[in-house]
Ligand binder design. Structure first.
Ligand SMILES: [Zn+2]
Length: 148
C-alpha cells in the first residue's frame, strides 16, 4: 500500500458527525436554517446518486408549521478519507440553502471547499472502482494496528 494513502478519519459516530457538520455550518453558512438531526445512515447505499440525503419535513408544531431538517450521510463514509466525508457534508449542507444542483448550489460548495469539484471527481472515480473491483482501499481491518 502506498504510504501516501490518507489515514482514516475520526468522525465515527452520529455525535461526531453532527459536530463536524455544525463546525462547517458555523464557519460558512451561519445564516442558513437550523439543522435538527445529522446521522450516518446504513440504508444509503453506494449508488452514485444517493451518498447523502437531506430532508426537510414540515411538521405541525403547536400552532405553527415548523420545518425539520435532517442530513444523512451513507455509513460507508466512515471508512473513507476525511476529504470525501467533507465533500459529501459540504454537498448536503449546500442543499439546506439551495435545493437544486444549479450554479448557486455549486458556488456554495466551492465556497466551503475550494477543491469541491476535484473531490467529487475523485469520489466518483473511487466508487466506480468499488463497483468493478469491489475491494475497499480503506477498510477498518487495514488500520487495525495503526496508532499514529
Ligand atoms: Zn445533491
Amino acid at each position: 500500500m502506498s504510504p501516501e494513502l490518507p489515514q482514516r478519519h475520526t468522525v465515527r459516530s452520529d455525535k461526531a458527525l453532527y459536530d463536524y457538520v455544525m463546525e462547517l455550518k458555523g464557519t460558512h453558512l451561519r445564516n442558513a436554517g437550523q439543522i435538527n438531526r445529522v446521522a450516518f445512515d446504513s440504508r444509503l447505499h453506494i449508488t452514485r446518486n444517493a451518498l447523502g440525503m437531506h430532508t426537510s419535513k414540515s411538521q405541525v408544531h403547536g400552532a405553527k408549521l415548523k420545518a425539520k431538517r435532517e442530513i444523512h450521510v451513507a455509513t460507508i463514509f466512515k471508512d473513507m478519507p476525511l476529504e470525501f466525508l467533507r465533500m459529501i457534508v459540504v454537498h448536503e449542507l449546500s442543499h439546506v440553502k439551495e435545493s437544486e444542483h444549479n450554479k448557486a448550489f455549486y458556488k456554495l460548495c466551492c465556497n466551503m471547499e475550494p477543491d469541491y469539484h476535484q473531490l467529487e471527481f475523485n469520489l466518483r472515480a473511487y466508487l466506480t472502482y468499488l463497483e468493478t473491483a469491489g475491494k475497499p482501499l480503506w477498510s477498518p481491518a487495514q488500520h487495525g494496528s495503526s496508532n499514529n
